[in-house]
Design a protein around this ligand. Structure first.
Ligand SMILES: *Cc1c(COP(=O)(O)O)cnc(C)c1O
Length: 367
C-alpha cells in the first residue's frame, strides 16, 4: 500500500508558516531587470561590517579546514569582560535565532504555553510551534508598546516561556526599566522570560532596562543579543545569550557541538573591539531617524518613534501596493500586513543617500 508522506510527517509541521525574509537585492534586480537596488528591509547595518572584522576574516580564512572551537573560548572570554559577566553565563549561537530555537527545545513540552506581544518577531511563534507549545499573542497597546499587564493576565499554570522583544521589532518601542522589574517581581518563579535585545546598542532612552542586572539577581531571564544588527555581521550568523550558569548549562545540552563557525567567531571578536565602528553606526542611525521623522511629518504620515534602526510608518495605503511600487523604484522595504498592519511599512534606516532616495521614491509612489 502506498504510504502518504503527509501521514509520516509530524502534524505540527503543517501548522508552521514559513518565515518571510526581506527580499534579497539580487532577486529584485533579476526580476525587474534593474540595477542599483537598495535594501532597507532587514535592519542590517548600511555601513557594512567593521573594518577590523574584515581584517580578522582575511586572517582566519586559511584555517577553515579545521573545526571551530565548540566552546567559543576566546569570544566568551572577551564578551564576559565586555559585559561584566562570567563566561559560564554565556551561550553563543548561529545567530540569536538559533538560541531562540535551543531555548524552545530545552524548555517546552507539548501543550506548554508561550506568551509574546503582537506584532513582534515571528520566530517566537515558530520555535514554540515546532515544540508543539500553545502560543498566546497579546496585542500591543494603542501606542504600540508591549502590554505587560495583559501578558501577566494570560499567565497560567502551563505558562513556560514569555518572549519580550525590547526594542520591539517591528515597532521600535521599548519596555522601560521600572515596568520590567515590576513585571518580573509579579511573575511566578516557574516562568522563564526571554529578553530579546537584538537592537540593544541603538537604544538611547535613559529608562531602558539594564537587563544584565536581572541575570545577576538570579531572575529567570535569558538576555539575547546579536552581531547581526549594529555589528554588521548578519551574513556570518552569530548571536549570544546571557543567563544564570544553571540555565546556560541546560541549554548547552541541546546545542550542536560546532554550531558557530570559525569565521563568525573571529569576526565577532574583532567587531566587539571596534568601538569606532559602533559609534559611527549609532550616529548614522540617530541622524537618519531625525531626517526620516521630519520627512514623514512633511508627508503627513503617522510613524512610531523608534529606539531601534527601523521605523514603522503608516502609508495610509495598501502596504503591499506601496511595497511593489517602491520595488520598481529600486527600494526594498517590509510590508506591515504580515504584522497585522496592512497600511504600514517597516523601513530600515540607511545611509543619508539611501534615506533620501527612499523618501523621494515614497513621495512619488504615494502621490
Ligand atoms: C534580527 C533579529 C534577531 C535575529 O538575529 P540573528 O542573530 O541574526 O539570528 C532576533 N531578534 C530580533 C527581534 C531581530 O529583529
Amino acid at each position: 500500500m502506498a504510504c502518504e508522506l503527509k501521514d509520516m510527517v509530524r502534524p505540527t509541521i503543517f501548522t508552521l508558516t514559513p518565515y518571510v525574509p526581506g527580499k534579497p537585492i539580487e532577486e529584485v534586480e533579476r526580476e525587474l531587470g534593474i540595477k542599483g537596488v537598495i535594501k532597507m528591509a532587514s535592519n542590517e547595518n548600511p555601513l557594512g561590517p567593521s573594518p577590523l572584522a574584515l581584517e580578522a576574516l582575511k586572517k582566519a580564512i586559511a584555517r577553515v579546514n579545521i573545526y571551530p572551537d565548540s566552546n567559543c573560548f576566546y569570544l566568551k572570554r572577551e564578551l564576559a569582560s565586555h559585559l561584566g559577566c562570567g563566561e559560564e553565563n554565556l551561550i553563543i549561537g548561529n545567530g540569536s535565532d538559533e538560541i531562540l530555537k535551543l531555548i524552545a527545545e530545552t524548555f517546552l513540552n507539548p501543550g506548554d504555553e508561550v506568551i509574546y506581544g503582537w506584532p513582534s518577531f515571528s520566530e517566537y511563534e515558530f520555535v514554540s510551534k515546532v515544540m508543539e507549545a500553545k502560543c498566546i499573542a497579546v496585542p500591543l497597546r494603542d501606542d504600540f508598546t508591549l502590554d505587560l499587564d495583559a501578558i501577566i493576565g494570560n499567565v497560567r499554570s502551563k505558562t513556560k516561556l514569555i518572549f519580550i522583544c525590547n526594542p520591539n521589532n517591528p515597532t521600535g518601542t521599548i519596555v522601560k526599566e521600572k515596568e520590567l522589574s515590576d513585571f518580573l517581581e509579579r511573575l511566578p518563579g516557574d516562568v522563564l522570560v526571554v529578553l530579546d535585545e537584538a537592537y540593544y546598542e541603538y537604544v538611547t532612552a535613559p529608562d531602558y532596562p539594564d537587563s544584565l542586572k536581572f541575570v545577576k539577581e538570579g531572575k529567570n531571564v535569558i538576555v539575547l543579543r546579536t552581531f547581526s544588527k549594529i555589528y554588521g555581521l548578519a551574513g556570518l550568523r552569530i548571536g549570544y545569550g546571557i543567563a544564570s550558569s544553571e540555565i546556560i548549562s541546560c541549554i548547552n545540552r541541546v546545542r550542536e557541538p560546532f554550531n558557530v563557525n570559525l569565521l563568525a567567531q573571529e569576526a565577532a571578536r574583532a567587531a566587539l573591539n571596534d568601538s569606532d565602528h559602533l559609534e559611527r553606526s549609532k550616529e548614522l542611525v540617530l541622524n537618519g531617524k531625525e531626517y526620516l521623522y521630519k520627512s514623514f511629518e512633511r508627508l503627513g504620515l503617522r510613524y512610531v518613534p523608534s529606539e531601534a534602526n527601523f521605523i514603522f510608518v503608516d502609508t495610509g495605503k495598501d502596504s503591499k501596493e506601496v511595497f511593489a511600487a517602491l520595488l520598481r523604484e529600486g527600494v526594498i522595504v517590509r510590508t506591515g500586513d504580515i504584522f497585522g498592519y496592512p497600511t504600514y511599512i517597516r523601513v530600515t534606516v540607511g545611509t543619508p543617500s539611501e534615506n533620501e532616495r527612499f523618501v523621494r521614491s515614497l513621495e512619488k509612489v504615494l502621490s
